[in-house]
Design a protein around this ligand. Structure first.
Ligand SMILES: Cc1cc2nc3c(=O)[nH]c(=O)nc-3n(C[C@H](O)[C@H](O)[C@H](O)COP(=O)(O)OP(=O)(O)OC[C@H]3O[C@@H](n4cnc5c(N)ncnc54)[C@H](O)[C@@H]3O)c2cc1C
Length: 414
């Protein structure tokens, strides 16, 4: 792999950009791998990357039914934060956030991590108490957050309306090193690094069956033939229920569409991320100037990846209360992604009833921020059979009633 650098850009500019090589190989499936990862979203690619980087396991294939990063990874609104309430969540999300800080250097790929700060607005007294509690919990967990006053919110976000008609702004939970990153670049950077380690990223290869013998996985059936493996990681977000069904177990998970939209590009007007959970909408400004706007999930289970009119209306109506300037914006496009939601709004990183099969899912509406931490932990789980970061997130927590309740943080957990 040729190293990307300022010098390389200058050199290629002089020779009309004829010297660049492909970022990753167009790999063909081999007969057998030590490990197969199903799903080339951020979590699957990060799992493969850390299997290679941290454990030297490089005979790995990442199988993707569409194109890499074409699932939720390429459809999300890219908010990164780690201000969760419960200790296991803060640990894995903060691990991820800290890995984002150096990801561009680590992957030699500019993922445009922008730690511009994230505010979660408190607009009811219940939310004030909830976020103050989270700030205290974060202080104990070593996650730097602070509960700020309405005046400080206004200082950080001059375009905000503090005295909304229904819900005035009473303060906010501020994480100064939260922010955003370029979602495609995260997938592409990991894919390039995996390919460079000799791993096969195989697109247009749908897994159609899981093969096991005597309760142990032996391989998968795919649209491009059977492939054998010793270990299998299922990392398919909204399709996790289907894959679990193929392997012969059930998951406590629901798939729903989550939607987002962007406006036309405008001059820079907001340099932090703002989430307004009570009115249910959130907004940031992209580097191109578009206002990136997200709302909630559909109220019924479905597998669509489209936007719908009622969501634009609900989300924009909510945001106009907090940002009156939104009423004058033209919207450019909207879309949806299939998110995988658990009852306690926390992910599942776990062994499964089939020996050698591991599952990573349930990131729901908020898994982009977790990609590096999740990949790091899942790789350790697959390589060593256990990871301190995944211990609390096992499937058995649903049988044992050990829920990791993040519904306060994750009501709008983007
Ligand atoms: C509109 C929207 C906004 C969001 N905003 C945020 C946000 O601001 N911040 C945040 O942290 N998170 C956000 N999220 C959530 C985040 O996008 C997801 O949690 C995260 O991207 C999940 O990544 P993944 O790698 O698990 O899944 P995906 O990126 O969906 O990857 C799974 C892959 O598996 C593939 N696959 C499925 N079935 C098969 C099969 N049988 N064989 C082979 N491949 C298969 C799919 O094609 C897909 O590419 C948002 C999501 C949406 C939809």
């Amino acid at each position: 792999m040729k190293k990307y650098s300022a010098f390389a850009i200058a050199r290629e500019a002089l020779r009309h950009h004829t010297g660049w090589t492909r970022a990753w190989r167009d790999a063909q499936p081999k007969k057998r791998y030590d490990a197969i990862i199903i799903g080339a979203g951020g979590h699957g690619l990060a799992t493969a990357y850390y299997l290679g980087k941290n454990f030297g396991i490089t005979n790995v294939a990442i199988l993707e039914k569409g194109w890499l990063g074409g699932g939720n990874t390429g459809r999300n609104t890219t908010i990164i934060r780690s201000n969760y309430l419960q200790d296991p969540s803060a640990a894995i999300y903060e691990k991820a956030r800290s890995l984002y800080e150096t990801m561009s250097q680590d992957l030699n790929y500019n993922v445009m991590f922008s730690p511009r700060g994230v505010i979660m607005l408190a607009q009811t007294h219940h939310e004030v108490r909830g976020y103050q509690r989270t700030a205290h919990a974060n202080a104990l967990q070593g996650v730097t957050t602070e509960f700020i006053s309405p005046a400080r919110v206004k200082e950080l976000v001059p375009i905000i309306n503090l005295d909304g008609p229904r819900y005035p702004v009473l303060g906010g939970l501020w994480q100064a090193r939260g922010g955003t990153a370029r979602h495609d670049a995260v997938a592409w950077g990991y894919a390039r690094a995996c390919s460079d380690m000799g791993m096969d990223v195989i697109q247009k290869c749908e897994v159609t069956g899981i093969r096991s013998e005597g309760g142990k996985v032996v391989g998968v059936s795919t649209s491009r033939g059977d492939i054998d493996c010793d270990k299998l990681g299922m990392v398919v977000a909204g399709h996790s229920g289907h894959l679990a069904d193929m392997a012969g177990f059930r998951l406590p998970i629901e798939s729903v569409s989550l939607q987002a939209l962007v406006s036309e590009p405008i001059k820079p007007c907001m340099d932090v991320v703002v989430m307004a959970n009570t009115v249910h909408g959130y907004m940031s400004q992209s580097d191109k100037g578009e206002m990136v706007i997200g709302g909630g999930t559909d109220g019924y289970n479905n597998y669509t990846q489209r936007g719908s009119f009622h969501h634009i209306e609900e989300t924009v109506r909510a945001l106009i209360e907090t940002f009156p300037m939104v009423s004058r914006l033209k919207m450019l496009r909207q879309w949806g992604g299939i998110v995988d939601v658990t009852g306690d709004r926390s992910p599942i990183l776990s062994k499964t009833p089939v020996d050698g099969v591991f599952i990573n899912c349930g990131w729901g509406t908020g898994g982009f921020k977790a990609i590096p931490g999740s990949g790091w932990a899942m790789a350790e789980l697959m390589a060593k059979g256990r990871s301190p970061l995944t211990d609390a997130f096992g499937l058995n927590r649903f049988q044992e009633g050990r829920f990791i309740d993040e519904s306060v943080a994750a009501g709008v957990a983007h």
